[in-house]
Write a protein that binds this ligand. Sequence first.
Ligand SMILES: Cc1cc2nc3c(=O)[nH]c(=O)nc-3n(C[C@H](O)[C@H](O)[C@H](O)COP(=O)(O)OP(=O)(O)OC[C@H]3O[C@@H](n4cnc5c(N)ncnc54)[C@H](O)[C@@H]3O)c2cc1C
Length: 442
Amino acid sequence: MTSRDVLDCDLIVIGGGMAGMTAAARAAEAGARVVVVEKAPQIGGSAVLSGGYVWTATSQAEIDRHDDGDPALHRVVIEEYPHVMSWLRSRMDVGAPVRALYGRGQQVDMWSYMRFCTRTVEGAGGFVVPETEVSHILMEDGAVVGAITTHADGDTELRAPRILLATGGFQADPDLRAQYIHPAARGMRLRSNPNSTGGGLRLGLAAGSAVAGPNSGYYGHLLARGCPMRGDSDFVRYTQYHSIHGVLLNRRGQRFCDESFDDHASSHLTLRQPGAVALLVWDEQVQREHGVVPVVVGAEAQDRHANAMLAGCPGGVFDSLEAVGGFAQSLGYDGAACVASLQAYNELMRTAPDQAVPPRETNARPLDRGPWYVLEVDSAITFTYCGLATDDQARALDPFGAPIPGLFVAGADVGNAYRKGYAGGLALAATFAFRAMRSAGF
Ligand SMILES: Cc1cc2nc3c(=O)[nH]c(=O)nc-3n(C[C@H](O)[C@H](O)[C@H](O)COP(=O)(O)OP(=O)(O)OC[C@H]3O[C@@H](n4cnc5c(N)ncnc54)[C@H](O)[C@@H]3O)c2cc1C
């Protein structure tokens, strides 16, 4: 395409990651001519950095139990998931079913999948165009009619009656994080592709869509504070998935969450603590049974405490809770309060675990088998939960709840599908891509 070209197509997809490429391939298989506009030099987004586990909960009740996002959007994930998996299985090699968190999933090689989707789009006469952005969406009488794309070679006018926003959220934009998540989120580290800076959110708002889910959580994790973030292997190497078996203390030496709920939820709550940091403490039994065990069966086993210590992150291994307190004090925590909280926690777990405040729903055992492992942790974000108001047909909604004709949303650009919990990122992307294409008539 050269400067000032005008190109007609059936569908414009903005963002070539899991949601965008799934939707594009699905539409192309139905005979649609699709143009995928990708900002980065190559497609794939966070999907190609991911573990590739396309997983979700086994029922809507399970998602509803873990998360307080919109149940109608949870239902989309549950209803479309079997269709997504059977479609993937008939086109790709997929791994054996495995347990993932509280659900089930199968692993897909994301690079192979991206190549398959690209071939499918191009085979139907479409294009996948990297290093290109959309400056604005063209509307006539309140409906989508196309978009202007910008590329080093110049602008292009794409004419299409349907657009899918699939830019993967706004986690890479510190201002949007501060505005829509929490002021402390401005300084949060990024654990994803660097290109999801809210392009979909801005384009959607400019086209009349509303925001859904401000001040909610996000999908992220607790990482050893100050650890390197050089790429996806570092994202996994320093993520403290086993925090659900430990205790988190803030600088006042107090527990502030049910650590057993999930590491990503503890990440939101750590962000809201003084200094946006916490001390994660676990004992030798947790270290042996969880600290060195892969989070999903088949993934690489790593000693995540040792990784952090090798990288010079604040932490250590201590022979007594008093020594833990001394170390906490040296980092600026109230060391005596930390010791008191750990002793009180252990006593409650032995005698009356249901009386713990904050509660401890699961993994309710005392941390009394030394030595004790300690790391200072902070939060890193993988993708945002706040996004564009979207209905269960994957249509963008205006502030009055009316669909904007021709404008669809999928993946992390969907707002309020999750709020505090998590039931899969790749599944959220692929299921909304499927639903969007159904609604778009493909
Ligand atoms: C280390 C890591 C491990 C993970 N492991 C898993 C896992 O095993 N299972 C799981 O379910 N989830 C996992 N995830 C999360 C999962 O990768 C994401 O939830 C999923 O990729 C989101 O899909 P998406 O299409 O919304 O965004 P992405 O896949 O990130 O795609 C968004 C695309 O949009 C492009 N883009 C951004 N802005 C613009 C713009 N303005 N114009 C054009 N293009 C734009 C981006 O460059 C990117 O290519 C993991 C993520 C990471 C980082």
